[in-house]
Design a protein around this ligand. Sequence first.
Ligand code: DGJ
Length: 720
Amino acid sequence: MLPPIRYIAECQAWLLGNENFSYAFGLDPAGVHLKHLYWGSPIDVADVVALASDPRDWWSNAADTIDMRQPAAQWRGFESAPRAFTEEIVAQGGFRFDEPSLAMTDSDGTPGLLLTYSGHEILDDSGETRLTVTLRDTRAGIRVELHYAVHQRSAALARWMSLHNEGERPAHVDRAASAAWALPSYRDFSVRNFYGHVQGEFQLEDNPVVHGTRSIGSRTGTSGHRGTPWTAVHEMAGEDHGEVWSIALAHTGSWRIATQLSDEHGLHIVPGVADEEMRCRLDPGDTLETPRSLGVYSERGFAHLSQLWHQHVTGVIASERRRPLPVMYNSWFALKFDVDHDSLLEQARLAAEFGAEVFVIDDGWFQGRDNDHGGLGNWIPDERAFPEGMAALRRDLGELDMELGLWVEPEMCTPESEVFRNHPEWVHGTEGRFWQTHRHQHILDLGQEAVQAWVIDKVSHVIDDSGCTYIVWDMNRPVPLGQTVPGSSTRQSHAEGLMAVLRALNKRYPHVTWQSCSGGGGRSDLGIMSSMSLTWISDNTDAHDRASMISSASHVLPVGSLVHWVTDPAAKSPNSDLLQQTQALSTRFHTAMNGVLGVSADLRLWSPDELQEAAELVRQYKGIRHLIADGLLYRLPVSRDALACAYVAEDASAAAVIIVARPARFGEASVRVRLRGLDPDALYSVTEQGTRSGRILMQHGLILDGTRNSSWIITLTAQH
Ligand code: DGJ
């Protein structure tokens, strides 16, 4: 195996990558500036040497370097110099007019940086090879380090940046994005990303890339409901064809991803923390480091791209926190805030009948939490509801073979809580200015170390006292603007503080499974997943809406990290405020099986037949959940508007297919679905369909009776 990062001395260039991709950049002939050379399918050293020695000076646009006798010379002198899509870092200064990845101002008000190369270092560190390239602006006294990392188990290239003030006077950071990613030039690129809102997260859209800059992002202090920080640029790609270049930011706070198409159809993408969160003064000796941005390239369309992202999340980001997928019950839509030992146990006994393994008590279990006006910050079981404490309920659940899970919202406090009365200075905002409650709660400023310590202590106490092994970590309001008092913290330091807290808790409780949640899917991102391996993508549990969100989210998030619930319509269960859910029970289960299967419904209202049907569905899920967690995902072509996912074992010896289709229209009698990822020459036993070759299953497909059903689970096993 070739080294993942190589320095090629003969052309002063670096070649990074593995069997999935190559990425190359080098120094200009003067050994001063960094030129971007290549990002795409694997190439070798000879290719890099050829690219680096291209005699045409595409890189520089400066008027002095242009031969004015050439016809295009006149206008080129007015273009950005150098052009952003030919640079490794776009630092505002001089004749650069493109979207910068770094912008700084010297303390005397002089804007711009003039960076020159000053060295590099390659290091190996636990499965990851890292390259650091150092640049300096001597006038401002700023050292910039560009970091690159290639991991053995991943097709993602990580890129981030750090700034160091080595000078004697302060400097100001106006923008510090994680990287500038240059793409090949092409005039007909499309860009795919998410948009959405609370209850409507993870909607996908594709648009042509047009000239100019387009940005997406969040300013809520979380990655937000509009979608996770991810984007993909493609050349008319489909699920199984076409080139795709995809960028994500592994960060769980406010963010921005800008895509700029400039002259010569040159494209570059700048992902980073939202500018207003990074703007700061960098004093002598200070350092600022950005979160990692990640780039994944696929030459075989979106299915392969998604698989590469999943591999990075499960193999690198969340590798230490992976567990078998549990079957879960959650009390929220059954009992809301009205939880107590006996009513929970009543639900638990029924949930045990269909094989639930983790019983999560959602909101409402702690002192003062009769509704959403109080209680946050107390984190002690309400003794009226749990007279023998939480451990007693855990013991009773143990007898039913279930583990205990608890909902917490530790970043919050309500105005009457002891923590707020004792420490009003711990919450974001200042009295009279941004010091407002939102859903009747303040948000604690995790940028403060004392607050971090308090939260770690409270959550530790919850886990120690109850013996729970599953935590749902909710976050039900945006972070307001930073404090206006000295020592104030911003949304960014809140996000960093949160990650510090979670790292400490992960370390202290390695056996606990952590699930993120934020008013639905406000925190489903690659940043939080390094500490919480599971995520809740929306409070919308309507089977068809959810199916569409699963299809979108699975472009980057592994399906095995998504938690779903089977819920009831409000007409059936008065505590459920969900109006839709008119689908059959089996369809609701089939949808929720595309991830961690949960149920949140008042089971006292389920008939014995429904409980029995649920038990059968859970039994089926337990037979395929290893494929959902570890198989390769293919979103299948299907004849009706549907979510159709195949989870195929890596050696193609087995697969599970889940199809959730919209109801038939115009008397459609069948649903046809074509499989992907099978061995064409193998014979597969297919549930209720007999034996078929992989080739027939992929090219001709399966025909399902669509008059009676609108959802199916099909398992395939290769015969030997
Ligand atoms: C918002 C979450 O998204 C819901 O699922 C539920 O946990 C409530 N919070 C509880 O307050």
